[in-house]
Design a protein around this ligand. Structure first.
Ligand code: HEM
Length: 174
């Protein structure tokens, strides 16, 4: 029934339940970092992505966006997801649809791993998260799992996969 969740767990080593702990922390991640701290995280992350000249196939995935756009989109998403105002909704509409919004990119497991390397690096360099290992580890798990969920789900949604139609996930396509 929850085939995509299973696939995400098998690829990332993080269960759905573990991944959700970041959303349930008290105080929330938003309260711990504030908008400034979440902007710092997205900036640290995309600084690393757009500097990635060792793995050009990875940087190429981002070729249709500017760094500033990418930072702004992710920042709004993080604020909204981790307990702040709905900044993402203001810009992009009601649903975050993470898997759907990634379906047009060619994202496989290697890309998820590279993405997570940059994110882990960003988490470790972050001025507040450096000293808050509870929040840092919760975010690490959340991102690990979610990146691999995106891979599983966008695989499922690619046109050449749609005719088979054997994978169902109880409507859990964000
Ligand atoms: C957007 C790649 C995983 C959140 C994007 C974009 C690319 C991309 C190329 C377009 C940049 C832009 O203009 O905003 C990837 C790759 C991933 C990955 C290769 C590896 C699996 C994730 C994860 C999250 C995430 C794990 C969050 C947990 C977002 C958000 C946007 C975005 C919120 C903005 C979408 C929009 O509103 O258009 N991603 N991403 N991504 N990504 Fe990812």
């Amino acid at each position: 029934k929850f085939q995509l969740q299973d696939e995400a767990f098998q690829s990332s080593g993080v269960s759905f339940a573990e991944s959700q702990q970041a959303l349930q922390l008290s105080p929330s991640i938003y309260e711990r970092l504030g908008e400034e701290g979440l902007l710092e995280l997205s900036t640290l992350f995309y600084d690393r992505v757009f500097r990635d000249d060792r793995e050009t196939w990875f940087l190429n995935i981002f070729s249709s966006s500017t760094k500033q756009q990418a930072i702004d989109n992710q920042y709004r998403f993080l604020v909204q997801t981790f307990g702040g105002p709905e900044l993402y909704k203001e810009k992009k509409g009601k649903y975050t649809r993470l898997a759907g919004r990634h379906a047009n990119y060619n994202i496989g497991r290697r890309a998820a791993d590279r993405w997570n390397q940059h994110m882990q690096d960003a988490l470790q360099s972050h001025s507040i998260l450096q000293k808050d290992s509870e929040a840092r580890m919760a975010l690490e798990n959340y991102f690990q799992y979610t990146a691999h969920y995106i891979v599983a789900a966008s695989d499922f949604m690619r046109p050449d996969q749609l005719s088979g139609g054997t994978k169902i996930d109880e409507g859990r396509i964000w």
